[in-house]
Design a protein around this ligand. Structure first.
Ligand code: 6GU
Length: 228
């Protein structure tokens, strides 16, 4: 998979992909993440990429020409399965969308800033608009980092123990059960006996019960889409 991110604040995306699982995925050659500075595609020498909104009102709007220039260039180099625009009025991103995107070849992710982008960008180029929740961020960059992390970790061979993505919270519409490591007792707090028993089937059963209990208590809304 190749992910091309378009932003006018590339510094915001310097670090999130350069650690841990995402870094390893790139070193393994499974994913290539390229951050593009929209200002490199500005239409004049002032590196201008935004302008006042027609009709007035506060805030600047990203112009169509610099965005068109870079998207047209990228699309002439390879095929992209989705051109995603990060925006608070997009579709709410969830695990199901992460799973679907993880199966695609190449993605473009456009980060909005200021008051947003000229509507014609959305009409002409965007195939999917995503939000990460009902709150407002200063720009789409942190949201882009969130969705790319969620997608890339699902690509086969990114996680060394593949079952660990399958047992994530949400992967089967249940929250994950509690986990423990050494010591078996800390200041009187004991690890549940069953986990030390070595009885694999009973441990699986316990984990499932705990996942169900936790989901019922914390996120009963998730149980309506749970296939039992
Ligand atoms: Cl994708 N962008 C912005 N600016 N705010 C958000 C968001 C995106 N998702 C939730 N809030």
């Amino acid at each position: 998979m190749r992910v091309d991110i378009i932003t006018c604040v590339p510094k915001l995306l310097e670090s999130p992909f350069n650690h841990s699982i995402l870094l390893r995925a790139q070193h393994k050659g499974i994913v290539e993440i390229v951050v593009h500075d929209l200002r490199d595609y500005a239409i004049n020498n002032h590196k201008q990429v935004d302008d006042y909104a027609f009709g007035g009102g506060a805030g600047m709007v990203l112009m169509i020409e610099p965005i068109a220039k870079i998207i047209n260039q990228l699309q002439s180099e390879r095929a992209y399965q989705e051109v995603i625009y990060m925006t608070p009025d997009g579709k709410l991103f969830d695990q199901k969308t992460a799973n679907r995107l993880s199966l695609l070849g190449n993605l473009i992710v456009l980060c909005g800033h200021y008051k947003g982008v000229d509507e014609r960008v959305r009409e002409r180029f965007i195939t999917l608009e995503l939000s990460i929740g009902d709150y407002v961020l200063s720009g789409g960059e942190l949201a882009a980092a969130v969705i790319i992390d969620a997608v890339v970790r699902l690509i086969p061979n990114v996680l060394s123990d593949e079952t660990s993505a399958l047992t994530d919270s949400f992967q089967d519409s249940l929250l994950a059960p509690p986990v423990y490591t050494r010591p078996a007792e800390y200041e009187g707090m004991k690890v549940p006996e069953i986990l030390l028993s070595g009885h694999e089937a009973k441990i699986e059963e316990w984990r499932f019960e705990q996942a169900l209990k936790r989901t019922t208590e914390r996120r009963p809304d998730l149980l309506t889409n749970y296939d039992i």
